[in-house]
Design a protein around this ligand. Structure first.
Ligand code: HEM
Length: 494
């Protein structure tokens, strides 16, 4: 904390000069924001928040200010929405107003408003609709998405088998498996785990996810104009982005050379065809940078989230060996050991389904949800949020709410089972968000988590190298993403 306090002090001095020329969003525009802790000039509420545990800080503020309150990160106000009812009233009942995406400087600096994740208005609607449709079509194409995931799960099992039950950190292999699914949809095929090109891609994505969750990046997020000019490890992120852009452009070029309009092979082909169709339209949203950023966004949104969920899943299965035994028994009875689990099996595996939902609730991999803004002046809970006000749909407050889950801090698959042991969906289960910006990869992610975890339990007993009671489920740091603590495990063949 000492070094970050020193950096903050330095930033405070630098920023004070810049802020003389700058007016914060949502300020001085006639709005009436919800109450919250009194902000200090320039740094806002930074000293009242623990950057290493934002979830805890925001939970504590909820106790004091209720389900809607305002915090200031630097000079920017953010309205925090807590609990299912409030999040739903905003993102669903007033969905259009709350569908704006706020800036996330470390990424918007790179995307320049192109792609899906950080675009707004008509561009966002058109690109999102295109991506949803194309992902769906590839799910029904020659080889279904389910088959691609099953194939990848078999490769993952094979690689783990080669470890001969020696302790291994699964992060690398899981990154490869998860990245390969999105590669296969975007680029038409999977890569071998030793392919140099693929390893470069996985390495860049992993390195960026590490940088994005660092304290430097939190500072960049709050003081972008100052941090942009300062040396430091955050600059690596931008170097990596350039390499990623180059990588994607290369793939696009290869596709352009072999494109057959009658047989689009993958997402890139579909996008290139759309670019051709719309080449006379001066207002088209289908152009080269838009393609590059859309592909980047899908990789970015798909890999960390799914990988962290799977890693939390393995940790949980090892911490609760009795749960692992029950899941194995269920899989063994319904699927057996000679064929791959399929999505159709899910209805016959209610305990496994409940366990996976509980893993996602506890893992809570995007605790603060996606950053939103209001698209016009918006009345909400008796306040007036001016157009452009930043909004945090605090998903953790939904998943850890005693009014929804009887003991929310405890891991308990029965949260998703009824008295007869059948699976039941819980309205307050929203790890993919809700409303117009809901995760567009939800169907794909749910398939992946189910097929990967069931394949692992079908083939291996997952055993920790430390006693189960010593396994720590609290994440390393909780800011925009929740990352499980690094761990090693033994995959003991069944
Ligand atoms: C366990 C896995 C995943 C989780 C927990 C997750 C969660 C989320 C959340 C919370 C959001 C923000 C919603 C909001 O702004 O209100 C989001 C957005 C998004 N996700 Fe996912 N996601 C996962 C996997 C994926 C996958 C596999 C893909 C790609 C195929 C994907 C693509 C996206 C995109 C493009 C957006 C932005 C949507 C928009 O701005 O309209 N996600 N996701």
């Amino acid at each position: 904390m000492e070094w970050s306090a020193a950096i903050l002090a330095l930033l405070a001095i630098c920023t004070s000069c810049l802020l003389l020329f700058r007016k914060g969003k949502g300020q001085g525009t006639g709005g009436r924001l919800p109450p919250g802790p009194r902000p200090l000039p320039i740094v806002g509420n930074l000293f009242q928040l623990d950057p290493k545990n934002m979830v805890k800080s925001l939970m504590a503020l909820r106790e004091r200010y209720g389900s809607v309150y305002t915090i200031h990160l630097g000079s920017q106000p953010f309205v925090v929405l807590c609990g299912y009812q409030t999040v739903k009233e905003a993102l669903v009942d007033q969905g259009e107003e709350f569908s704006g995406r706020s800036e996330f400087p470390p990424l918007t600096h790179f995307t320049q408003g192109d792609g899906i994740l950080f675009s707004n208005g008509e561009k966002w609607k058109v690109l999102r609709r295109f991506a949803v449709q194309t992902l769906r079509e590839f799910g029904m194409g020659r080889r279904s998405i389910e088959e691609r995931i099953q194939e990848e799960a078999r490769c993952l099992v094979e690689e783990l088998g080669k470890m001969k039950a020696e302790p291994v950190d699964p992060t690398f292999l899981i990154s490869c498996a998860v990245s390969n699914i999105i590669c296969s949809i975007m680029f038409g095929d999977r890569f071998g785990y030793e392919d140099k090109k693929f390893l470069t891609l996985v390495g860049l994505m992993n390195d960026n996810s590490h940088h994005l969750s660092s304290s430097w990046m939190q500072m960049y997020n709050i003081f972008p104009r100052v941090m942009y000019y300062l040396p430091g490890p955050h600059n690596r992120l931008f170097k990596n982005y350039e390499e990623l852009r180059f990588f994607i452009l290369e793939m696009v070029k290869m596709h352009q050379e072999t494109l057959d309009p009658d047989f689009p092979r993958d997402f890139i082909d579909c996008f290139l065809l759309k670019m051709q169709q719309e080449k006379e339209n001066p207002h088209t949203y289908f152009y080269m940078n838009s393609l590059v950023m859309t592909i980047h966004n899908l990789f970015f949104a798909a890999t960390d989230t799914t990988r962290n969920t799977l890693r939390f899943g393995i940790l949980i299965l090892m911490k609760y060996p009795e749960v692992q035994a029950k899941v194995y028994e269920e899989i063994n009875q319904v699927v057996g050991s000679h064929r791959s689990p399929s999505i159709e099996d899910r209805v016959e595996l209610p305990y496994t389904d409940a366990l996976i939902h509980e893993i996602q609730r506890v893992a809570d991999v995007i605790p603060l949800g996606g950053p939103h803004t209001v698209t016009r002046d918006t009345h909400f809970h008796g306040y007036m949020l001016p157009k452009g006000t930043n909004v945090i749909p605090f998903l953790s407050s939904v998943h850890k709410d005693v009014t929804n889950f009887k003991d929310p801090e405890m891991f308990d698959p029965t949260n998703f089972l009824d008295k007869k042991g059948s699976f039941h969906r819980h309205h307050a289960f929203i790890p993919f968000g809700i409303g117009k910006r809901v995760c567009l990869g939800e169907p794909l992610a749910r398939k992946e988590i189910f097929l990967f975890l069931t394949a692992l339990v079908q083939h291996f007993m997952l055993q920790s190298v430390v006693p189960p009671e010593e396994i720590e489920l609290t994440p390393v740091m909780t800011s925009i993403v929740s990352v499980p603590r690094p761990f090693k495990f033994r995959a003991i063949p069944r």
